[in-house]
Write a protein that binds this ligand. Structure first.
Ligand code: HEC
Ligand code: HEC
Length: 208
């Protein structure tokens, strides 16, 4: 029994009848079937979004909870992307949870320090994404080793309204293009790096 399922079982035991039943633990095996089509883009290293051109984000080693947040945002169009919308719109919450644990694979083990010198603009980011890019809550994305051009695209998407997120809109409002480039370069260089889902499919984790 994993720590999470033990906690869920404990929750059930103390909740007793009449209380809401906690959600079932996600099922990575079921996620593997659902995730087959996702590998066509996320499982190919350095695959590109066609227009505008930027790398398809790495999902291996990402927080599974964040992947669910992202899929819900595509479904509701809070986050505009036609391909991802058509995938997410047909998924139930359970589908999203199962596919997320499968695609994320094993949690990354932090190395305990940042790589290189943090740009000044990153000081406010560390409160949520850590100095090493590791999201401090499961709903906060890991940025470590993510594709640099995807990070630039994501930071600009909050400013343009393509991604509607109140927190990140506020965080990016005052950033210059130079800040965005420095931040993306810095986080893309952090270790351990996220990976393509080909690695998580083959090994269950990002390769060293
Ligand atoms: C045709 C290529 C393609 C396929 C197939 C595809 N994706 Fe994506 N996915 C993308 C692109 C491109 C993005 C980045 C979109 C953006 O800029 O928001 C993305 C983004 C995501 C994100 C957000 C990651 C982040 O860091 O915020 C998640 C989660 C995701 N995809 C999950 C899936 C799942 C689950 C499937 C299968 C059901 C899937 N994708 C299939 C191309 C694809
Ligand atoms: C108060 C917490 C908080 C702070 C501070 C913060 N972020 Fe975020 N960040 C988030 C959350 C939550 C999300 C997910 C938002 C969403 O769903 O689009 C996010 C998303 C992102 C993403 C998108 C990742 C992906 O995979 O698509 C990037 C890039 C990012 N943040 C960079 C930064 C940078 C750079 C800073 C500092 C300038 C910063 N963040 C400050 C909470 C924070």
């Amino acid at each position: 029994m994993t720590a999470r399922s033990a906690l869920l079982a404990f929750g059930l035991a103390i909740a007793g009848p009449g209380f809401a039943v906690p959600a079932q633990a996600a099922d990575a095996k079921r996620g593997a079937d659902l995730g087959y089509t996702c590998q066509g883009c996320h499982g190919i290293e350095n695959y590109k979004n066609p227009f505008p051109v930027y790398s398809v984000p790495k999902l291996g080693g990402q927080h599974a909870d964040y992947l669910v947040v992202a899929l819900k945002a595509y479904a509701s169009q809070e986050r505009a992307h036609p391909t991802m919308h058509s995938h997410a719109a047909t998924m139930s919450e359970r589908d999203m949870e199962d596919v997320a644990v499968y695609l994320a694979g094993q949690e990354l083990t932090p190395i305990g320090h940042a790589v290189g010198t943090a740009p000044k603009a990153s000081h406010t980011c560390a409160a949520c994404h850590g100095n090493d890019g590791i999201g401090i809550l499961p709903e906060y994305p890991n940025l470590n080793g993510q594709h640099e051009d995807y990070l630039v695209q994501a930071l600009k998407a909050y400013g343009s309204g393509q991604r509607k997120n109140a927190v990140m809109a506020g965080m990016t409002a005052a950033l210059t293009n130079e800040d965005i480039e420095a931040l993306a370069r810095y986080y893309a260089a952090q270790e351990p790096a996220l990976c393509s889902t080909k690695d998580t499919r083959d090994t269950g984790r990002c390769k060293d």
